[in-house]
Design a binder for this molecule. Sequence first.
Ligand code: G6P
Length: 372
Amino acid sequence: ESATKGGFSSFMEKEIHDQPDAVRQTLLGRSDLNGNLTLDELRIDPEELKKVNKIIVLACGTAAYAGTVAKYAIENWCRIPTEVELAHEFRYRDPILDDNTLVVSISQSGETMDTLMAVRYAREQGAKTISICNTNGSTIPRESDAVLYTHAGPEIAVASTKAFLAQITAAYLLGLYLAQLRGNIFSGQIKDVLADLGKIPAKIQTILDGAGPLRELARSMANEQSILFLGRHVGYPVALEGALKLKEIAYIHAEGFAAGELKHGPIALIDEGKPVFVVVPSPRGRDSLHAKVVSNIQEVRARGARTLVIAEEGDEAVKAYAEHVFYVPETPTLLMPLLTTVPLQIFAAELAAAKGYDVDQPRNLAKSVTVE
Ligand code: G6P
């Protein structure tokens, strides 16, 4: 067993460190040097894909947060209305779908029963189905019209890490491919995004190499009862994922919130010493989102919170209000989840290990849930 852990203390630690490769392998061979996406494996008639007027992403758990990231990117690049839904809620609400609907399921295992049943239902209603999946030949891809495999390699730890980054990567490729087919964005733009994606593995490595202070903080927080996570735009699903990791392996109450929602309720939870992670958008981004999230940091700090900030390298504005800042390298806003998630995974794994828990086999959870 120690051999397969590659010298790491747990599979989860190994898989966190596998992430540069997971992203690299998922990108590999799927575009040419001119920035053309070549997803020949998709085996759905491109003419059919051009007719798609609605996308529904279906998944559970971590994969559903990858789906939320996908929504922001796909709508931005393709201008196709995109919904994300928890697979187990989907078919019980009489969803509206037809043969111009594309259902994208996301599943690491390809065996999650809730997701499988939702995909079956969507097919019965005539929708086209694409599976983003990490497990070759598993049931969900077999029952879908097409599959785009993530190449993260086998994920052993119950709490998903490298599969999440690979799912996001595959969803970006799918979004770019649809945009290319439909002529929504210029090939030059696609080429730029692909070049930025190509730089992600080295940037993840930088985060992994510089994680010492974050690990130290995590160990010092082993006795916390509750930790909150705030994020906005693509930082919102990252906040949800950061909270989920802590719940899963450290058994700490953790909640992720959309930062804009803070004033509508969650701010009442803030009291003296409450730890709050804030995932800050790039100061180079649009719509003054950066300033709004920085003021959220001020608001929680003014009420006594400990502010633990994930921000982009060079963002000096956050320093004044942060007890700790963890910087990630610069990257375009839509790609930021591939970087900002990593410190939150490391934090959860380190804290759970400090509590003496088995981070690979958390209580009450299964890697693949094959019952509804
Ligand atoms: C289980 C696992 C989660 C995972 C979810 C979806 O609940 O414990 O880590 O995110 O299933 O799994 P899937 O294989 O469909 O991605």
